[in-house]
Design a protein around this ligand. Structure first.
Ligand SMILES: Cc1cc2nc3c(=O)[nH]c(=O)nc-3n(C[C@H](O)[C@H](O)[C@H](O)COP(=O)(O)OP(=O)(O)OC[C@H]3O[C@@H](n4cnc5c(N)ncnc54)[C@H](O)[C@@H]3O)c2cc1C
Length: 459
């Protein structure tokens, strides 16, 4: 990736809200907290996509199961409700990294499972009347220079080895610009996928699972877990749940539990959203199918239009903060990240460079040491899933099926996917984790600047 020179902020950034844009598209009044004692079959901590898909698939498999979800805030308050809405087949960091680590055959099986989830997501929304503003045009992986073109060629070769259907085609500059007329785009490859409103997907999923009889207790933080002879006991501020099976589904927050303290770290990723473009502004850039785009590289930058014709840009350098700091009020605003994103907007769409941002915000992506998700069992009726590494919309749907099969003790293709029951390497303790993250981040940024000099697969 080419280095992005921070642009001056100036008037274009006046009156920016440091709040998650998506939340404005459907206001939420969280439900009441759990009060009293509950005994059930399955208790799930966390109320995001992982929790709700797992509950959904468990309920479909066995409607008699009594399932209770505990969510500290409201269902979808975490990454599920404020991601950037790119429904991607990506597992972990990239296809290249996955093939490098697991081999072509296992990578192919995993990609096929996630590809199926992408299709089923849309069907789920239609069937359950979830208006997640699904746009199935997908997105392009784009190259902004010759080094990135080589990355696209490498990914195309890999996809061919994995038996990808024909149609994956490297579009040269002219053909790419017939799709998205940006002077920054030098080449592009169409990736299957979709764009959604993540918050509305989360809230639609919440309505669907609660209508099916699954209890979702919002404003109910799990304070402690104790494994006893009668089951796993989860204490909450006003109550207690005792369950035979427990699922930890808090992803980037998972490190709060001692078992996962060093297995997953939260890394901040930022986004900026403009006001809606006017008809006249929209007419200034040829972008007929409204696909998203993602620049090739370690630290990706990406852009898309929302259903309401706002531009959303995200990405840039990711930040791990000392001791897994996820303090939203302190870090939701990151002026340097905003400047970077404004520079990306100007580089991609000079005609829109003065369109003001109305929202800039950050959220935490969950990263594991191997940069692949991990789904598994602790062996005593406790299960976990975490580490989607910024690509979790479709993957959490697949994870829900894998967790269903692990919990019901079924040996299936899902319970044997490459990210299920794998060995997990821990991160080092602090301050080594912080220092190590900084060093790796510098190395990845250097590789983006000089891919010819650092050819090794770093992540
Ligand atoms: C900024 C950002 C952009 C992203 N963009 C994309 C994208 O474009 N495409 C894509 O595929 N993926 C993207 N992702 C990743 C994707 O959003 C996640 O992988 C996915 O949402 C993970 O879902 P989850 O349910 O596992 O976790 P979450 O949605 O984070 O849910 C965990 C929940 O646990 C709750 N919780 C935490 N602690 C407790 C506790 N003690 N008790 C009870 N509840 C608790 C939290 O409040 C939270 O709601 C992005 C992520 C971020 C942060």
């Amino acid at each position: 990736m080419t280095d992005i020179a921070p642009a001056r902020t100036g008037a274009a950034n006046a009156a920016v809200k440091h709040e998650i844009y998506w939340r404005e598209t459907e206001p939420v009044t969280p439900g009441p907290p759990l009060r009293g004692e509950v005994t059930c079959d399955v208790c799930i901590i966390g109320g995001g996509y992982t929790a709700m898909w797992t509950a959904h698939f468990l309920h479909k498999a066995d409607p008699r199961l009594r399932i209770h979800i505990l969510e500290a805030d409201y269902a979808g308050a975490g990454a599920s409700g404020h991601n950037d809405g790119f429904v991607t087949p990506t597992i972990g960091h990239s296809l290249g990294a996955l093939v490098h680590r697991f081999g072509a055959e296992r990578a192919k099986l995993a990609y096929a499972a996630v590809g199926k989830s992408m299709l089923e997501l849309n069907r789920f929304c239609v069937k359950n009347e979830v208006d997640a503003e699904f746009e199935s045009a997908g997105y392009y992986q784009v190259a902004a220079g010759p080094d990135q073109i080589r990355l696209l060629e490498r990914d195309l070769d890999l996809a061919a080895r994995l038996g990808a259907q024909s149609g994956l085609d490297l579009l040269d500059r002219e053909r790419a610009r017939e799709r998205i007329d940006s002077p920054a785009i030098q080449a592009a490859v169409k990736v299957g996928g979709a764009l959604i409103n993540p918050h509305r997907l989360a809230r639609g999923l919440f309505r669907t699972v609660t209508a099916a009889g699954i209890a979702v207790h919002e404003q109910t933080r799990a304070l402690s877990v104790e494994s006893t002879a009668v089951g796993h006991v989860v204490r909450t501020p006003h109550g207690r749940v005792t369950a035979t099976t427990l699922l930890y589904a808090t992803n980037a927050y998972q490190h709060q539990f001692a078992e996962f303290r060093r297995k997953v770290v939260p890394v901040w990723s930022y986004a900026a959203v403009t006001r809606p473009l006017t008809e006249q502004e929209l007419g200034a850039v040829h972008w007929p199918e409204r696909e998203g785009f993602v620049e090739a590289g370690n630290f990706i930058v990406f852009g898309r239009l929302t259903a309401g014709n706002r531009l959303l840009f995200g990405g840039g350098r990711a930040h791990y903060r000392f001791r897994r700091d996820m303090d939203v009020p302190r870090h939701i605003d990151n002026p340097r990240a905003t400047e970077t994103l404004r520079a990306v907007l100007a580089r991609y769409f000079p005609a829109w460079r003065e369109v003001p941002f109305t929202h800039t915000y950050g959220g935490c992506v969950a990263i594991t040491r191997e940069v692949v998700p991990h789904i598994g069992a602790l062996g005593d009726g406790r299960f976990y899933a975490h580490g989607y590494c910024g690509n979790g919309i479709a993957l959490t749907h697949t994870a829900g099926k894998a967790l269903r099969d692990l919990i019901l003790d079924r040996d299936t293709s899902y319970s044997n996917l490459l990210f299920v029951r794998g060995k997990e390497k821990p991160f080092p303790p602090e301050p080594l984790a912080f220092l190590g993250a900084g060093a790796v981040s510098n190395l990845l940024a250097a590789q983006d600047r000089h891919p010819g000099l650092i050819r090794r697969q770093l992540v």
